[in-house]
Design a protein around this ligand. Sequence first.
Ligand code: NDP
Length: 256
Amino acid sequence: MAAPFDLSGRIALVTGANTGIGQGIAVALAAAGADIAAVGRSPAEQTAALVQATGRRCLLVPADLSSIAPIQPAVDRVIAELGGLDILVNNAGIIRRADSVAFTEADWDAVIDTNLKALFFLCQAAGRHMIARHAAGGGRGKIINIASMLSFQGGIRVPSYTAAKSGVAGLTRLLANEWAAQGVNVNAIAPGYIETNNTAALQADATRNRQILERIPEGRWGRPEDIGGAAVFLASAAADYVQGHILAVDGGWLAR
Ligand code: NDP
């Protein structure tokens, strides 16, 4: 009998896998047995080396997800070159900070386009493949969207980010409703404060860092591998009956 979290023979597409949480997820999925397609803007050679060190394949697919034009070609390439697509992880994301009274249309559009619009059309492109394959007698597809604490909370000075991440939670539930009966699991992970380039300024600010640590019951920042473990669970057969769930991996932040 296969181990519960075994991903041997599975093919995973991870966006924004060159760094941070995306890299942590790609390496964790590979360690569980999956081949990886790293789809993103910057080269992901370091991730490729880490994936290959586990014995798995890593295909690098350049794509700027600020528009949806590269999405279908990228998904088609992954299917053609790796032989299928079993797991989609929508991780790529950006943030823009400014007071709502001064927030610009450019900062609104940039965040919504990458964090929400590209995410939906990646789900669509992958979902079509997964649904058709399941209808033909193939296995289940797994979609994992990276949400945020701001899928549940308001935050401050990040209006487009909060709108996008709330939208990610809603879309995750909608797609789970539509696709559960067609062999696709759609879930999300909501990371708390995770050590990445994205949060480097917060970590470097001694006052903010202390306030954050005091507020996290675990008393430490999360690491990309903490999110990787949750992704392995949601991608695996152990989570076949989990649908439309937003899994907080936040050291207890939301429990306070
Ligand atoms: P990073 O900034 O380290 O990584 C973001 C990734 O998204 C990078 O790979 C980046 O590529 C990619 N990306 C951004 N814009 C585009 C684009 N237009 N096209 C393709 N790829 C793009 O951030 P994190 O690892 O911290 O964040 C990863 C995800 O986790 C995001 O969705 C974020 O919102 C979410 N998150 C993070 C938290 C944290 O505390 N760190 C908390 C909650 C959620 P490139 O290097 O080329 O810019």
